[in-house]
Design a protein around this ligand. Sequence first.
Ligand code: HEC
Ligand code: HEC
Length: 512
Amino acid sequence: MVLSAQGELDSIRYLTNRIRKNLFAPWPKGIMGSVLVADHFDRSEIRQNSGRPRRPAFWRMRLRPSLQGASMKRADPRWYYMVLALALLPAGVRALTWSSAPVHVLDSAAVAAGKTLFNHQWKPNDPLANGGDGLGPVFNANSCVACHIDPTPGGAGGQRHNVTIFTQLPTRQGEQKRQGVVHTQAVAARYLETLNKLSADLPVTSRPALARRNSGTDFDFDFIIPAHVQLSQRNTPALYGAKLIDEIPDRVILAEEKKQRLHWGLASPASDRLPVGRALRLPDGRVGKFGWKAQSGSLLEFVQAACANELGLGNPASAQPQPLGTNYMPVKLDLTNEQCQQMTAFIAALPRPIVGDAASVAARGKEIAAGAKATLAASPTIAEAGLRLFSTIGCAHCHTPDLGSVEGLYSDLLLHRMGRNLRGGGSYNGGSVVVAAGPEGFADEWRTPPLWGVADSAPYLHDGRAATLDEAIALHDGQGARSAQLFGALPEVQKTQLIGFLKTLRAPVEVR
Ligand code: HEC
Ligand code: HEC
């Protein structure tokens, strides 16, 4: 039984109403074998100042079986209370066990310390690493800001900073499935991770480049991947507004999941056509919110994983990865929990993305080249028309403009199946966080990326394969195919309106 809190509240309200109806209103003869009438109490109590009958105090009611129903067995009201108690049970248990989303109270000293750590260029045996081995031995960059940079620290990153993720399926009995990151750099040549360490059939490279196949929409690597290995890449997302996402309660995401299922006639999220999303339930019951696969339940956890995965900074929550094909053991942890919390505070303090005004759109439109398109996008009425189209052609089914109390997010934070060309397995968080709890998720499932700030976060899609917004839309398949087709069929003017609207969703920086 999967019920959101709202759903539980609804069912409880329904049951309470049923009980009250049973107690207060005489039921038509014969219903359910018993008829309870509520006319046997002191009338003087009902009429008060207004003279209107008032409902008697619940506990003072005396019940008697109706004369008509007397021949049948009388239903004991305690029975209803039992049903009510049973109905309340799951909600009660959940209320007790539900961890509420964190609320960030930003301490300026922590934010400042976090900023230093986020921008710090880490070295092996770094003085900030508390006696640990510091950077590496395997890593993808020597600072957080090396990737999260565009247009300001905390922003998005280009394709050259893509992170390569592998899943290695067992080929022999007794072997375990392994997943993790193929790091691009190492402090010493003997630690360098190359694809051939996953399978001898793969090339000796740490940075496989993504290539477009002949068909135009099929992107993959330039070499043949053996069946027991899966490789895919992840592009660096911007971190602006992460605080607001972190503070969205799980129940809001679960309610959205339920709403989508109901909207499409209880369709299953396994559907590869209808836009029915799935909340990622973590093994501990919380809902995943961060990462392209929604694999992480909180900002702090993602930061801890990023420290370990990207820079090789082991911390109490995430061990640094062991270089492929070695048995390297770190001497100590590199970071304290406090340092991870400081970095989290810095990220939480990044402002949320903004809605740029018309002039900024015209001035900074990276993709809307000079000329007609820029002029069109510069008009606020164009952006408004674009937003309306965004709803009418179904983008808003998944890119829901508001989520809970967060306005202008343009995401449901749910996983959607996006078609075979957008497959990509593996987990960024390696073994520390499971990609999908229970039955393995589909390789083509991705968390709807929030579109706030999208004008400044090119390239697009999980591996940055789309250079432009038009291209990102055209590559939607699976559950997103229908609305992408509707977009493709729009007249040129309306396409420009929709793109013009997306161009107003900007990173939180002063527009020059
Ligand atoms: C080599 C590039 C690179 C470096 C260095 C890097 N990141 Fe990231 N970051 C990524 C990629 C790629 C993702 C998306 C991973 C995924 O979702 O699977 C990401 C995602 C994130 C997210 C989740 C954002 C979201 O909305 O889902 C956070 C938080 C984050 N990084 C923080 C950090 C911190 C803190 C550091 C430094 C310790 C760091 N990153 C270093 C590339 C990088
Ligand atoms: C079925 C749900 C769904 C619908 C409908 C949908 N999208 Fe998406 N959208 C996604 C998912 C999931 C991704 C990420 C896919 C990936 O990375 O492989 C995405 C990615 C994007 C991106 C790239 C964002 C980034 O940061 O990389 C843009 C832009 C976008 N969608 C715009 C649109 C527009 C415009 C429409 C309507 C024409 C639309 N989407 C309809 C689910 C949807």
